[in-house]
Design a protein. Structure first.
Length: 508
């Protein structure tokens, strides 16, 4: 057998990143194609699935050209992708509307309906997740209630990667990890919950077949080969949702290892042999790419989103200067952050720009700067945003610490490239933060390892720890512990005090 390559597509919120890995786990080439996100009134957030397919076709062709390899050298195609969406398609796989993506929180009434038909505690016991409008079930119910003609024509409801797999192979399938993000999947029995589906009057047939992440679910068709430049007959491995792929790519492939991803959203999760069922239902559980493991998790909505909002809204000077000098605007913003001090001179940022998930579970939460005075500098404002995200992640970390002590955290995602972010995280958490070799590529690496295990190229998921080894450890500064502990307490008190204000603002 000649040299084998694994092609992994990571369909994120901002675009598709196609990556090529060899049989030694080395990243050989990558390509990125963006697509638009539509923000609607009433907390609606959507994307055009046809744009996902366009991005996959373009990035695949570009990647093959960059790498200079024959398409027959690709051993398999596999996937990571954004989770918790709802894309209705017809029998041909044609989208019937734009996809309602993970960030969409418009289905509050459908959450109430769901809860009236089955107690939330029962849903959590079955699925490992509480009821929330973040998940696919209430998004589908929203379509049923508000777009009945589309619902009647719906053959299947798919996630992002599942749509691309259907385009490549013709199969309507998903994997266990993405199925977990629907509020409809029995996490212990690994099947759609007939009990839940019956309670909310959804037919099981509207859902795709659920598979282990390592299953080869089909092969590239002649039509898809012409569109993408792939070889017809190439095996397609279903892969997983971005959360489970990130766990593998970060090296959290053995029980007890904990990681944090800071992308548009951010989550803290770990690998365990059994789900962790939180008595307060503050955290939730995914099936790991390694189907013998689970990945307990807590997620915040707007992490990188908060920083990108800061750049687009308040950093016109840095953005303009970056264009004129050919520099990175984020580097200029962080230079201002460095001029501020720990605690941003008592300025707090509450990062609830898209409501909030774990453990707050408050879709009505809003962002806020608290403590702002005329003496604050832009560096203080910029730093407070990073600190606000870090404080909010500590809320998740503390929730897990009560159930399973955490000694250190592997951090991946775009923000992990920033030493400023990593220092602030370590100081606020007062835990060592580990930076591995691959950061933004870690999620696609996880998908690639999954593809390699599926096709026999890799013996098991533990190879991920070798492929993405830790290259730097950032230790907390003990001198900042007291300062950040005091501000963290005020951060939580401020959120609690603003809860009734959020509710009033949401109902004006």
């Amino acid at each position: 057998m000649g040299k084998a390559y694994i092609l992994a597509h990571d369909l994120g919120t901002s675009g598709d990143k196609a990556t090529l890995y060899d049989s030694e786990g080395r990243l050989c080439a990558s390509s990125f194609g963006s697509y638009e996100t539509f923000y609607l009134e009433g907390a609606g957030v959507e994307q055009d699935a046809n744009e996902w397919w366009r991005a996959v076709c373009e990035t695949t062709q570009e990647l093959l050209g960059k790498a200079g390899i024959r398409n027959t050298e690709i051993a398999c195609i596999t996937f990571s992708a954004q989770m918790m969406g709802a894309l209705p398609v017809d029998k041909d796989g044609t989208p019937l509307r734009r996809s309602i993506i993970w960030a969409d929180l418009r289905s509050g009434k459908q959450v109430d309906y769901f809860a009236s038909r089955m107690p939330m505690e029962e849903v959590y016991r079955i699925t490992g997740h509480r009821l929330t409008s973040s998940y696919s079930a209430t998004k589908l119910l929203w379509v049923r209630d508000n777009e009945p003609e589309i619902y009647k024509r719906t053959y299947k409801v798919l996630q992002a990667k599942d749509f691309i797999v259907q385009k490549l192979t013709g199969a309507f399938v998903t994997d266990y990890s993405d199925a977990c993000g629907t509020n409809l999947f029995d996490i212990l029995k690994r099947r759609w919950s007939k009990e839940i589906l019956a309670s909310i009057d959804l037919p099981e047939g509207i859902l795709p077949d659920a598979h282990a992440s390592t299953d080869i679910v089909g092969h590239v068709t002649e039509e898809a080969a012409r569109a993408t430049g792939l070889a017809a007959g190439t095996p397609v491995v279903i892969g997983g949702g971005d959360g489970s792929c990130a766990a593998t790519g970060a090296g959290a492939v053995e029980p007890g290892l904990t990681y944090n991803v800071i992308g548009s959203s951010s989550w803290i999760a770990m690998a365990t042999e059994e789900p962790i069922f939180d008595p307060k239902m503050q955290t939730f559980n995914w099936v790991h790419l390694d189907e013998k493991l689970y990945s307990p998790c807590g997620t915040m909505q707007a992490a990188g989103y908060s920083f990108s909002w800061l750049k687009e809204t308040l950093c016109a000077y840095e953005s303009d200067l970056a264009k004129r000098t050919g520099t990175n605007p984020y580097d200029l913003i962080e230079a201002e952050v460095e001029k501020s001090e720990a605690g941003s001179r008592n300025l707090l940022f509450l990062p609830y720009l898209l409501g909030e998930r774990s453990p707050r579970w408050n879709p009505q939460a809003k962002g806020a700067f608290v403590g702002l005075t005329i003496s604050h500098t832009k560096g203080d404002v910029y730093r407070s945003v990073i600190e606000g995200v870090s404080f909010n992640l500590k809320v998740i970390l503390d929730t897990f610490n009560q159930m399973l002590p955490i000694d250190e955290v592997i951090v991946i995602g775009g923000a992990a490239r920033s030493k400023v972010w990593l220092r602030i995280l370590s100081d606020i958490w007062q835990k060592p933060v580990l930076r591995p070799r691959y950061l933004e590529e870690a999620t696609s690496l996880g998908a690639a390892v999954c593809g390699g295990v599926a096709t026999g190229i890799f013996p098991d998921f533990r190879v991920a720890r070798k492929f993405n080894d830790v290259v730097e450890t950032i230790k907390p500064n003990p001198e900042r512990r007291k300062r950040y502990e005091e501000l963290y307490a005020i951060f939580n008190e401020t959120y609690d005090a603003l809860v009734p204000v959020y509710e009033r603002l949401s109902h004006l």
